[in-house]
Design a binder for this molecule. Structure first.
Ligand code: SAH
Ligand code: SF4
Length: 343
C-alpha cells in the first residue's frame, strides 16, 4: 500500500488537493489546516467538526504526523527538551522555553542533524554533519511541542543543532510557513549563525525582517579561531563587512552572541577589543555563560567576572543581556541531550 500523506507541514493549497481528491469542499481543507496549525491536533479523530464518515475517508489516505518523541525531559524551571526521531530514524532536539512572561513561549529548533562547523565548545559539532532537516521536519518540531503541551508557540529561535545558514532554503521556507500558517510574525523569529559570510549577504539582499543573531564568541582572530574553525574561512574583518551591509540593507538591529569562557575570552582586554569591533554595528549583545560539557576543559566564569564583562560593554552604550540559564538540570545546552542518549 502507498504511504499515507502526512498532513503536518502542508500548505492550505496542498491540503485542498487532498480534499479535492476526496470530493470534499475547500472549507474542509480550511478546517483541517486550523486543526493542524492552530489547534494542534495529534490525530484525525480529534478533528471533531469533520463528519465521522469524512474522517474515516481521510484516515485511509492521510495521517497527522510520523515524528516520534524519543525522549522528553522537563526542567524545574519549566523548560522542556525533546529528542525527536524522524522517519529515517535520525534524531534532533527541540527545546521549549517559558519565560516569566507566560504569554511568551519560545521554541528552540534544530536545522540539521549534526553540524559541519565543529566549534570546539559545542557538543553538536563533535559528531560531524549527518544531514539537513527538511522544512517540514523543522516545522514539525514546533508542531510536536504544540501537540504535546497543548500550548501555542509564539517565538521560534534557530539555536538548536546545526548551522541554519548551511541549510538556508529549508530554513527560509520554514520561516515562511511559521509566518503564514502559524501566524508567528517575522520579528518573532531569530536565526543564529556561526558567521557564513556569503549567506549573510544573501539575507541582506532579500532584506530578511527576522532577527539575525551572530555567534561571535571572541574579540579577535586568534581567540576566535581556537573556538571556531569557521574563523579561518570567514575571518572577523570579512564578517564585520557582511554584518555592516546586512544592517544597512535590512535596517534591522542584529544580536551578537558571546559565549563567556573563564580566562579565555572574559578578560578586561577582551571586553575592550569587543567594544572596538562592535562600535559601528547596530546590535544588542547577549552574553552566554559557558555551559560545561563533558568533552573539553572550558569553564564557566564566576558571576563577578560575568558582571564585570557586562558593565564594560554597557559603557559603550549597547544593550547587554546575560542569557538566563534554562534547563540546566536537564542538559538543555546545545547538543547535550543527544550526546547522553547516544553515548
Ligand atoms: N549553529 C548556529 C546555531 C545553533 S548553536 C550557531 O552556532 O549560532 C546555538 C547557540 O548555542 C550558539 O550561540 C552556540 O554558541 C551555543 N552553544 C553551543 N554550545 C554551548 C555550550 N556548551 N554552552 C553554552 N552555549 C553553547
Ligand atoms: Fe554548529 Fe553552532 Fe555547534 Fe558551532 S555552535 S558546531 S555552528 S551548532
Amino acid at each position: 500500500m502507498e504511504d499515507k500523506k502526512v498532513l503536518a507541514g502542508l500548505t492550505l493549497k496542498e491540503i485542498e488537493e487532498i480534499t479535492d481528491a476526496l470530493k470534499a469542499s475547500k472549507f474542509r481543507a480550511r478546517q483541517i489546516h486550523n486543526w493542524i496549525y492552530l489547534k494542534s491536533a495529534s490525530s484525525i479523530d480529534e478533528m471533531t467538526d469533520l463528519s465521522v464518515k469524512f474522517r474515516e475517508e481521510l484516515k485511509q489516505i492521510a495521517e497527522v504526523s510520523k515524528i516520534k518523541i524519543h525522549t522528553k525531559q522537563t526542567s524545574v524551571d519549566g523548560t522542556i527538551k525533546y529528542l525527536l526521531e524522524f522517519e529515517d530514524g535520525e534524531k534532533a532536539e527541540t527545546v521549549l522555553m517559558r519565560f516569566d512572561n507566560r504569554a511568551n513561549l519560545t521554541a528552540c529548533v534544530s536545522s540539521q542533524v549534526g553540524c559541519a562547523v565543529n566549534c570546539s565548545f559545542c557538543a553538536t559539532g563533535k559528531r560531524g554533519f549527518i544531514r539537513n532537516l527538511t522544512y517540514k521536519e523543522i516545522i514539525e518540531q514546533v508542531l510536536t511541542i504544540q501537540r504535546d503541551t497543548g500550548l501555542k508557540v509564539t517565538n521560534v529561535v534557530f539555536m538548536g543543532q546545526g548551522e541554519p545558514l548551511l541549510n538556508l532554503d529549508n530554513v527560509l521556507k520554514a520561516m515562511e510557513i511559521f509566518n503564514e500558517n502559524f501566524q508567528i510574525g517575522a520579528r518573532r523569529l531569530t536565526v543564529s549563525t556561526s558567521g557564513i559570510v556569503p549567506k549573510i549577504y544573501e539575507l541582506a539582499d532579500i532584506q530578511m525582517q527576522s532577527t539575525l543573531a551572530i555567534s561571535l564568541h571572541a574579540p579577535n582572530h586568534d581567540i576566535r579561531s581556537k573556538l571556531m574553525k569557521i574563523e579561518d574561512k570567514y575571518p572577523m574583518p570579512q564578517l564585520h563587512k557582511a554584518l555592516k551591509t546586512y544592517i544597512e540593507k535590512t535596517g534591522r538591529r542584529i544580536t551578537v552572541e558571546y559565549l563567556l569562557i573563564k580566562d579565555l575570552n572574559d578578560t578586561i582586554e577582551s571586553a575592550k577589543e569587543l567594544v572596538e569591533y562592535l562600535k559601528d554595528l547596530k546590535c544588542n549583545i547577549n552574553l552566554i555563560p559557558y555551559n560545561p560539557t563533558a568533552k573539553n576543559d572550558y569553564q564557566r566564569p564566576s558571576n563577578n567576572s560575568i558582571m564585570r564583562f557586562k558593565s564594560l560593554l554597557e559603557h559603550s552604550g549597547k544593550k547587554v543581556t546575560v542569557r538566563l540559564e534554562r534547563g540546566a538540570d536537564i542538559d538543555a545546552a546545545c547538543g547535550q541531550l543527544k550526546g547522553k542518549v547516544e553515548g
